[in-house]
Design a protein around this ligand. Sequence first.
Ligand SMILES: [Zn+2]
Length: 264
Amino acid sequence: MEPAWSETRRERYGRQLVLTEIGPSGQHRLWEARVLIIGAGGLGSPAALYLAAAGVGRIGLVDNDTVELSNLQRQILYRTGDVGRVKVALAESRLAELNPDVRVTPYAVRLDAGNVGGLIDGYDLVIDAVDNFATRYLVNEACVSAGKPLVEAGVLGFEGMLTVIKPGEGPCYRCIFPDPPPAETVPDTRQAGVLGTVAGTLGILQATEALKLILEIGDPLVGRMLHYDGLSACFREILLERLPSCPVCGRITWSKASGGSSTS
Ligand SMILES: [Zn+2]
């Protein structure tokens, strides 16, 4: 059943309701949508804020960290007085303050092979906003096996990358990066640094792709990777190929026309 379009809601979502691609039926889709955001940090903060602002009805947030002072340079969900407190609990109240229409479910757990399937089960799509390769591979595999779209992004220094993994319609993360690099060879943001606005840019792009997927509008970033270089102010698009021998999605039926997928 469609939510009652009270005057308050007409006003809150007015700038979206006038967009012909959205309108009341699109707003209803957003209302019904369930998005899981894995990681409530530099990418997850802006993504969650914009999805809540847009009226996405259910948002799950997975993160077992507490706020550190060094997070505040980019993790815009949190304030100085939050240091030491649990991120997802704070995020729940911040998003509720922003938009009481939205139901937020916090999961203060560490994602692992044992819980990832259960966590994504209740959601329509997943935003991967983590900062390590091991979790990316884990989330990719779980989403491909569950047939759920995954909006993937990463940032380091002044650069970021973004892609959408739609099982059965395009390459998965493992097709793009077949071999996980040895952990000691990959610098993280703690060592290599990151500009807060670059994380913000990529987190907002993730929210945009999620909204497009929910609304089924535009061209999702499937089979393409968007690379952003903040220093040169350049966006570059890289076309991606599916790896036929991919150990994760190699057995999935390729059916771009129907948009469906199944395991063989
Ligand atoms: Zn693959």
